[in-house]
Design a protein around this ligand. Structure first.
Ligand code: 5AD
Ligand code: SF4
Length: 471
């Protein structure tokens, strides 16, 4: 897909790529200019980085994992929790020495953190060696920004782009060649009271269905076996589009594409998760039997304060229906422990819900105060020590559930996508089931990137061990 985007000077993206390549030709330290791109945070950030890498690649860059040898260093940052932000500040600080040693290196920061005014200001004032800062909604502007910063050597800051356009045709360089993300929408309109995302990623915007379907078709044709559709709340896909296609319709259209592949999506919001969606999964050929449905808290009192707009009962209803329609469904969720005002009784209701649903795995977070969100001003009752204790209790309960779920699979044969060599066991490969459970088995690495049937022989906590079933 060629970009049709031209900027206000009527320069196309392709022209910018060439201009950047010319400037880098005299600036590079090795045979080719090298870029180091580090991504913090969620899958949406990974997908954004893949587009940034696409633009860098088209501008003649190769990529390095060694920050010391890079000519261009970019951190794509995450603002969801304070801890993530602290790490970024620490790691940006460490770049000072690199800039001192190699003054020609250009350091850039982008992503959700940079959309917060106080963060951009701190970068501006305390990190003068950072030359380029741009927010999540300015990705399409990156070639122009990079070119001008290289050319004029002046620091560039751009954030707060709130226009409603979705810019298509940005080149992509995906990290994997058989598993990939496909963003279907950007931003979020939900304003959960703890969450910074709607403030830093802006209002919800959907990509046109025909563009998404075409991108899925291209991915499948080039060998992708696992495609994950991305959005902060995929269930409200299409709301702002003219003909209002809904998410189930989009899934059905993609599912029609021939081939051996799995289709996943994240994230679903329980308030918009319909029976139609569950039926679509149940009746599809390619959609994996995995639903990531974050419930955040099992207490109605806390859910209301979180502005989640569903109750524990409604959540359990949809789970019940989903389990009936898809008996081998694997469920995962996100949970926040220690939301302002949460008591041990509220937390107990979260534990009860976990025991009732029996999730395959959970992403668990201790609440982190985010400046500018409504929850940041809510009074708290529990201490940090109490919250840590609850958190440990939660992990223990979930460990037992995951172990039981995995043990129940021993003896079954699972279709697995073979992903990589085990990092610490010689001759062992790791794969994943359609339900996203890791399976370890002995096999030759030549089958990485293919589907295989594995007989499950053992379960160790939440990891399965198995043997390759020879055809
Ligand atoms: N504190 C802790 N966890 C948070 N999340 C979002 N905002 C916060 C916060 N302020 C979690 C939610 C969300 C996941 C992506 O991150 O559980 O689903
Ligand atoms: Fe944040 Fe809620 Fe939007 Fe998810 S749905 S990104 S938790 S505001």
């Amino acid at each position: 897909m060629k970009s049709k985007y031209t900027d206000f000077q009527n320069i196309t993206q392709e022209e910018y790529f060439n201009l950047i390549a010319e400037l880098m030709a005299v600036r590079k330290r090795a045979d080719v200019p090298l870029a180091y791109v580090r991504t913090y945070g969620c899958q949406q950030n990974v997908a954004d980085s893949e587009r940034i890498k696409g633009m860098l690649y088209e501008s003649g860059f190769s990529f390095t994992e060694n920050v010391e040898e890079a000519d261009f260093i970019l951190f794509n940052t995450c603002a969801v929790r304070e801890h993530a932000e602290d790490r970024v500040f620490g790691n940006v600080g460490a770049l000072k020495n690199i800039k001192r040693k190699h003054p020609s290196v250009m350091i850039a920061l982008c992503g959700c953190m940079m959309e917060q005014e106080h963060v951009a200001q701190r970068i501006h004032d305390s990190f003068p060696f950072v030359s380029l800062v741009f927010g999540t909604n300015c990705l399409h502007e990156f070639p122009r920004l990079l070119y001008n910063t290289l050319l004029y050597g002046k620091r560039t800051f751009l954030r707060g782009n709130t226009d409603e356009n979705v810019y298509e045709g940005i080149p992509i360089k995906r990290d994997g060649n058989f598993k990939g993300f496909l963003p279907i929408m950007y931003g979020c309109d939900n304003f959960c009271s703890y969450c910074i995302v709607p403030y830093v990623r802006g209002r919800e915007k959907s990509r046109r269905p025909e563009v998404v379907i075409e991108e899925a078709r291209e991915m499948i044709a080039s060998g992708y076996k696992d495609i994950c559709l991305l959005g902060q709340n995929v269930n409200s896909y299409g709301k702002g589009l003219e003909d209002k296609p809904n998410f189930s319709q989009l899934l059905k259209e993609i599912d029609k594409i021939e081939g051996d592949y799995w289709l996943r999506f994240m994230t679903s919001h329980p308030k918009d998760c319909t029976k139609e969606l569950i039926d679509t999964i149940a009746e599809s050929k390619h959609i994996s039997h995995h639903l990531h449905l974050p419930f955040q808290s099992g207490s109605n009192r806390i859910l209301e304060k979180m502005n989640r707009r569903y109750t524990r009962e409604k959540y359990l209803d949809i789970i019940k229906y989903a389990k009936e329609r898809i008996p081998d469904l694997s469920l995962t969720s996100d949970i926040i422990v220690g939301f302002p005002g949460e008591t041990y009784e509220d937390f107990q209701q979260t534990l009860e819900l976990i025991r009732e649903v029996e999730f395959t795995s959970l992403f668990t977070f201790i609440y982190s105060r985010r400046k500018g969100t409504p929850a940041a001003d809510m009074p708290d009752v529990a201490t940090d020590e109490e919250k840590s204790k609850w958190f440990q209790e939660l992990l223990k309960v979930q460990e037992e559930i995951a172990a039981k779920r995995c043990a129940d699979m021993v003896g079954s044969v699972q279709k697995v996508l073979v992903e990589e060599k085990s990092s610490n066991k010689e001759g062992i490969l790791n794969g994943r089931t359609s339900g996203n459970i890791i399976v370890e088995f002995a096999a030759d690495e030549s089958i990485i990137g293919t589907f295989q049937n594995i007989k499950i022989t053992k379960a160790r906590n939440w990891i399965l061990n198995g043997e390759l079933v020879k055809e």
